[in-house]
Design a binder for this molecule. Structure first.
Ligand SMILES: *[C@@H]1O[C@H](CO)[C@@H](O)[C@H](O)[C@H]1NC(C)=O
Ligand SMILES: *[C@@H]1O[C@H](CO)[C@@H](O)[C@H](O)[C@H]1NC(C)=O
Ligand SMILES: *[C@@H]1O[C@H](CO)[C@@H](O)[C@H](O)[C@H]1NC(C)=O
Ligand SMILES: *[C@@H]1O[C@H](CO)[C@@H](O)[C@H](O)[C@H]1NC(C)=O
Ligand SMILES: *[C@@H]1O[C@H](CO)[C@@H](O)[C@H](O)[C@H]1NC(C)=O
Ligand SMILES: *[C@@H]1O[C@H](CO)[C@@H](O)[C@H](O)[C@H]1NC(C)=O
Ligand SMILES: *[C@@H]1O[C@H](CO)[C@@H](O)[C@H](O)[C@H]1NC(C)=O
Length: 770
């Protein structure tokens, strides 16, 4: 899962999930292991009535073939049923099975075999965002979409806590007739726990158990014992719950982005671990069940598209018209740290909102200051002596302080250590003067830890120095809004270019990801104070895992308004209407790069604007053949393309790296001896606005680069008319910055529609220069 979750405290005390990415393990030779096998369905002999029986027979024949080599197999009494884990029909053509090395070898010569992957394992180691997104009951996409009533959002995650009020179905109409899914019984989970909001609940762990035969699954059902799935699903589509808060922080009505959309949970992430074979089975089932939107807050690093099960499985989903939202990952702020840079999905980066949680610090002299904190304990810290201890690195001295408030100054990279020192020193509380831009990691500390900026820090230091008897008292549980500037890009959000397909600019878009309030299981502790665990029906989490379901929710609203739109059209509408200026009217800042203006490799086109996305004017649509043309140009082999498309014949007669995408990325070298050749991009836009409309091209300057667009005027005469243009980027011999960016906007004559695409010129991946 893409969740740094709450804070280091939380994870070290509970050793709960802190899994950022999947770790791939190489199997020990000689042992059997799980494999995901791609088969060519047209090879199925006629004697079999369906693929499942063909695959069962295949697995059974492998045992016979291989047992001639291995005397052990005969005695182990394996049945093909126990070896075949899943038959996949939608997401991939093929199956997963637990096979010995001999069986795997026998498989390679089986008719219809295309290729196999080793199953990989996972290392297990809002009240406000709707308002921030401009969602309102009075106008815009909420009323226009009926709050997403007709749309089903599927999530592959850790399960759900069905008793959460966020799954109440008061006022819900009947379940959409297209729904074919179900609510499976299991440990502490009855089919009757589903309703008109939570319409599906299934769980997948055959792969996990085959891999670890002695594993005890503590909660063998869709019930969530980690919290992540309850949080992501209610972020996307939680019903309104009044009086929600995290210990008084962020109190208000918690509501998901598409509050009337239906939720179907596919649990494939377990406290005990997770296997890709289970995740593919979950996506396979979601496609078959008829979900409209898929939210995948998980991803794999370092794989080619044809090796990445998320890329493979989502291709089928997108072909079926499912809008797929994925998380960019939490490996930022480093370049090329992104996953899910898959051309057919939308890849979501995480941003911060205009909200902060904190406290009022009352100094004895009468002045009062604001500090950031999420301390969940007592409301007040009574008046106590306050002392300044500089870097707070003298353990011996700190341990002698006693019940006082200690002020520490972080002069760069000291915060971790300072918090640890104060926590172990048993003082009344700590005030940390810091510039740190990752306070969300620390805010959930189990003792009163308060963070102030260097300017307020000076005020506190001066007060302590000039007062004979300095004291401070604190009142916690404050929430401030209009915290400026907002939005900004979170430090941890992974950055592009996409390692698996750098020719398509990723991430696509920015959505709220930091300190998101959403539902939480009743019996999973949220934090710790004075060595006791605290529980809450709502929790604040940070990560691209939290940003992804926001976009799934927005996609659901748009899908409800425009049921005929393709996933690429919905994605285009979100991208071209995103905004890139913050609440102070300056460029959105990147907290991962010294609060410099964020570039599109950090935030894609910018921050999502749901109301505008419903009426984008022009869209960039993409067909399956366009994706095939891209894969052909990536020099994938016929089999590699087949694995992704599941089609026996793929037309590679028109290879092209230039996908009809609403953004542009061009590679240049930092220093070349000759003027680089111009880079050309061809695009076709479809008019989904007024029948008669004329758009003019406008672009922002990019220093050192010359941008031209031909034609620079597009005149439409009917709805759904398509017109094409060419964008050319001429670059300099030398590029001093790694990234230079700008925007192309097509603006219609009455300025009603502004269709904006980011343009990036970069020296990253300069080896890709044509
Ligand atoms: C699984 O549970 C059983 C019964 O509770 C116990 O005997 C066994 O040791 C457990 N196995 C593991 C691997 O934890
Ligand atoms: C989990 O539940 C399923 C379905 O009820 C059952 O087939 C399976 O054996 C169970 N697994 C474990 C580990 O209890
Ligand atoms: C935690 O312990 C401190 C010191 O013993 C006490 O003052 C405070 O009330 C306790 N807080 C909670 C929430 O138990
Ligand atoms: C504490 O930090 C200061 C400033 O970085 C440094 O000069 C001093 O040596 C440190 N003291 C200890 C005890 O580590
Ligand atoms: C905090 O940031 C400001 C402005 O970026 C800088 O001038 C100052 O030196 C920084 N202070 C510390 C303690 O890092
Ligand atoms: C594909 O192969 C051709 C011919 O070898 C080469 O020119 C081209 O750069 C390759 N494309 C990519 C994306 O690697
Ligand atoms: C660029 O390359 C030229 C020749 O290859 C070299 O002389 C020059 O110093 C380089 N400039 C920079 C800024 O690296």
């Amino acid at each position: 899962m893409d969740s740094p979750t709450q804070s280091p405290w939380f994870n070290s005390f509970f050793s709960l999930f802190l899994f950022f990415t999947f770790l791939l393990f190489i199997p020990t030779l000689g042992q059997s292991d799980n494999y995901i096998i791609h088969m060519e369905p047209t090879f199925m002999p006629k004697i079999y009535s369906n693929h499942h029986s063909w695959y069962l027979a295949t697995v059974s024949s492998l045992q016979q073939k291989s047992s001639s080599n291995s005397r052990f197999m005969k005695n182990r009494g394996y049945s093909p049923e126990s070896k075949l884990l899943y038959t996949y029909t939608e997401a991939i053509h093929g199956f997963s099975a637990n096979l010995s090395p001999d069986e795997l070898e026998a498989l390679l010569t089986t008719p219809g075999f295309i290729s196999y992957h080793l199953d990989a394992s996972v290392k297990v180691d809002t009240t406000h965002s709707t308002g921030f997104l401009g969602l309102s009951a009075d106008s815009g996409v909420w009323p226009a979409s009926d709050y997403g009533m007709e749309v089903i959002i599927g999530l592959v995650d850790t399960g759900v806590w069905p008793e959460s009020k966020s799954f109440d179905d008061d006022g819900f109409g009947g379940i959409p007739s297209t729904w074919k899914g179900k609510c499976e019984a299991g440990t502490q989970f009855e089919p009757s726990m589903c309703n008109k909001k939570l319409i599906g609940a299934r769980y997948f762990n055959k792969g996990l158990i085959a891999k670890n035969p002695h594993l005890n699954i503590s909660m063998n059902s869709t019930r969530d014992t980690a919290g992540h799935g309850t949080h992501t699903s209610t972020t996307a589509a939680g019903s309104a719950v009044k009086g929600a808060s995290y210990f008084g922080y962020g109190s208000g009505t918690a509501v998901g982005i598409a509050p009337m959309a239906r939720v179907a949970m596919y649990k494939a992430l377990w406290d005990e671990g997770a296997q890709l074979s289970d995740i593919i089975a979950a996506i396979d089932q979601a496609i078959a069940d008829g979900v409209d939107v898929l939210s995948l807050s998980l991803g794999l690093d370092g794989l080619q598209l044809y090796q990445d099960p998320i890329a493979i499985a989502t291709f089928a989903a997108v072909e079926k018209g499912i809008f797929v939202s994925t998380s960019a990952g939490n490996e930022g702020p480093y370049a090329e740290s992104l996953h899910n840079g898959i051309p057919w999905v939308i890849t979501v980066a995480a941003g911060e909102m205009d909200r902060d949680f904190g406290c009022t610090i009352g100094l004895g002299g009468g002045s009062s200051l604001y500090g950031s904190t999420l301390f969940p304990g007592d409301l007040y810290l009574p008046k106590s002596p306050i002392v300044f201890m500089d870097a707070c690195n003298d353990t011996v001295k700190l341990r002698k302080v006693g019940r006082k408030v200690v002020v520490c100054e972080d002069k760069g990279d000291m915060l971790d250590n300072q918090i640890y020192e104060i926590y172990t020193a048993d003082v009344s509380g700590g005030i940390f003067i810091t510039n740190s831009s990752i306070l969300e990691f620390y805010a959930g500390s189990p003792f009163p830890a308060i963070f102030v900026n260097p300017k307020d820090g000076e005020t506190i230091k001066e007060y302590i120095q000039t007062s004979t008897d300095p004291t401070a008292k604190v009142e916690f549980r404050r929430t401030v809004y209009n915290y400026r500037p907002a939005p900004s890009v979170a430090v941890y959000s992974s950055r592009g270019p996409s390692p698996s397909c750098p020719f398509v600019l990723k991430p696509d878009i920015l959505a709220p990801g930091t300190e998101i309030l959403a539902a939480w299981p009743q019996n999973v502790p949220v934090t710790l104070v004075n060595s006791s665990q605290l529980y809450s029906d709502f929790n604040l989490l940070s990560g691209t895992s939290m940003a992804c379901p926001h976009i799934a929710g927005v996609g659901a609203l748009i899908r409800d308004i425009h049921p005929e739109w393709s996933p690429a059209t919905i994605r285009s509408a979100l991208i071209t209407t995103a905004y890139s200026t913050d609440s102070t009217n300056s460029p959105i800042k990147d907290k991962g790069s010294n609060r410099e203006p964020a570039n599109p490799l950090a935030m894609g086109a910018g921050h999502v604007d749901p109301n505008k996305a419903a009426d984008p004017g022009l869209v960039y649509d993409v067909t399956s053949q366009d994706y095939v043309n891209l894969m052909c140009a990536l020099n994938f082999t016929e089999n590699q393309i087949k694995i992704i498309t599941k089609s026996s014949s793929n037309d590679c007669s028109r290879p092209s790296l230039d996908l009809n995408y609403p953004s542009f990325i061009a590679f240049f070298s930092a220093n070349s001896s000759e003027t680089p050749p111009p880079r050309e991009f061809f695009r076709t836009v479809t008019n989904v606005g007024d029948a008669t409309s004329t758009y003019t091209a406008k672009f922002t300057p990019m220093e050192g680069f010359e941008i031209s667009v031909v034609p620079d005027k597009l005149s439409f005469h009917e709805k759904y008319e398509k017109l094409s243009y060419k964008l050319t980027i001429r670059g300099p011999k030398q590029m001093t910055d790694a990234v230079v960016f700008g925007h192309l906007s097509w603006v219609d004559s009455d300025m009603k529609h502004v269709v904006t695409s980011p343009i990036v010129a970069t020296t990253y991946r300069s080896e890709l220069i044509p």
